[in-house]
Design a protein around this ligand. Structure first.
Ligand code: SF4
Length: 400
């Protein structure tokens, strides 16, 4: 019905490090070549946890955008924008909030986790409770069908789907819907119309999901339908409502996890991070002073890679022969830790070289980033305005 758009955002609350690169950005770079993507700086989301320290947000926003571009996000393939520059996100969030039960938000698992993890902040706020709903608006405003997430975010997507379903159920009613849908069926042409009705019956009477999928694919291919008829026919397949908001799907990402220098999660606040554009000497120094297996006190003591954070870096950065060399050399005390760390240093420096090069032009001329984002804001806004037109109309707020 709508193109398979991908939407994802990141909070600008500090500079980006290699953990972000391996955990999310690499996946974005892959996705941008496959589907239309919209990636945004989630500055309003950052305010839900940093409302008392907003200064960090603007600074981090521009740094983060340069990091994205340096990492290989290509603005000619992807729409890059800043959330608060597309105020339709907030309008949809507000409208969705009217009909979203409080319990749905309170039971989002990451809500309680975050309150526990960030116990130094007072997060008993209206904005923080509502952040999963703002996320739902971020996605639905673009009628995006795919959201790249890790396992822990799947419940958020489930909730987004429930919200879209509830919205369509409440506001997708249309006077004379059945008659209009039947007329739209005829516009498919007699052969397709017959098949559509058969598939609809198979789905509605026998619950055959394949029939639903086949019918949807057929509608995707039908060229001669107006947008309104298309929405009706999608809605008529499943019931008697128009589908105004799209139920998004989680696109699970098998991200490689790069831990911090001490083996814990990489985070600037733990002091265990390597910045995305860290300079080469600093990378070498940080890796050389990384802790290793505590059992290797002397060079002659054998070690166990499973107890060494450097090994986790090898798992991300080294090929199989190098990994075999590390395992053998460590367990037999055949290699020293400094020797073992060198291939990791070389691999990180090599990975970062093109990032430094790409970043340079944006550091030399910051107006380039401003221009990319201004274009992205406009493009995103046009899509968002289309959705809001339909949403307002469905809710009786069009005032035409
Ligand atoms: S040889 Fe390598 S894997 Fe073994 S303890 Fe030293 S740094 Fe870690």
């Amino acid at each position: 019905m709508y193109p398979d758009r991908v939407v994802s955002g990141m909070r600008p609350t500090g500079s980006m490090h290699l953990g972000h690169y391996h955990g999310a950005l690499k996946n974005w770079i892959k996705l941008q070549a496959e589907q239309p993507c919209l990636f945004f700086v989630a500055d309003w989301h950052a305010l839900t946890t940093h409302y008392d320290d907003p200064g960090v947000i603007e600074r981090s926003t521009w740094e983060m955008l340069i990091d994205w571009l340096a990492a290989g996000i290509d603005p000619s393939q992807t729409t890059l924008f800043i959330q608060s520059r597309v105020p339709e996100h907030a309008e949809l969030h507000l409208l969705l909030s009217m009909a979203t039960p409080l319990g749905w938000l309170e039971r989002v698992p990451t809500y309680k986790d975050q309150i526990d993890n960030l116990s130094n902040k007072d997060l008993a706020t209206y904005g923080f409770l509502g952040y999963p709903l703002l996320q739902a608006a971020d996605v639905m405003i673009y009628r995006a069908s795919l959201v790249p997430v890790g396992d822990d975010q799947v419940p958020h997507i489930e909730m987004m789907r429930e919200i879209a379903r509830r919205f369509n159920h409440l506001y997708g009613k249309e006077k004379g819907f059945e008659e209009k849908a039947e007329k739209a069926v005829k516009k498919l042409g007699s052969k397709r119309a017959k098949l559509y009705m058969e598939l609809r019956t198979e789905y509605q009477q026998d619950g055959k999901d394949e029939a639903l999928e086949q019918a949807k694919a057929m509608l995707d291919d039908a060229q001669n339908l107006s947008l309104g008829d298309r929405e009706r026919l999608f809605g008529y397949l499943e019931g008697s409502r128009k589908l105004i908001l799209v139920e998004p799907q989680a696109r699970l990402t098998a991200a490689s996890r790069l831990p911090g220098l001490d083996g814990r999660k990489m985070s600037k606040s733990y002091g265990n991070a390597i910045a995305l554009r860290e300079d080469r000497d600093s990378v070498a120094r940080k890796i050389r002073t990384m802790p290793t297996d505590p059992a290797r006190v002397r060079r002659t003591d054998p070690g166990d890679p499973a107890r060494c954070p450097v090994w986790q870096f090898h798992q991300v950065y080294s090929d199989s022969p190098t990994q075999a060399w590390v395992r053998r050399g460590c367990m037999s005390a055949g290699i020293g830790c400094i020797e073992c760390k060198q291939p990791v240093i070389d691999a990180i420096v090599k990975e970062q070289e093109p990032m430094h090069e790409r970043a340079q032009q944006y550091l030399d001329d910051p107006s380039l980033v401003r221009a990319i984002v201004a274009d992205g804001n406009d493009a995103a806004r046009r899509l968002a305005q289309d959705t809001m037109r339909d949403v307002r109309e469905a809710m009786g707020l069009a005032y035409t």
